[in-house]
Design a protein around this ligand. Structure first.
Ligand SMILES: [Zn+2]
Length: 40
């Protein structure tokens, strides 16, 4: 268990690595980030 770097929730996170950002995010935030990336 770690803290999500984006929403600060104390949950299971995974390393997420995209252009300009590397961090540990929860499923929900990774999903949101993917959508943000896809819309660019
Ligand atoms: Zn999160």
């Amino acid at each position: 268990m770690m803290k999500c770097e984006r929403c600060d929730s104390d949950t299971r996170v995974e390393r997420y690595d995209v252009d300009g950002f590397t961090g540990y995010l929860c499923d929900e935030c990774r999903d949101k980030w993917d959508k943000i990336q896809a819309s660019e």
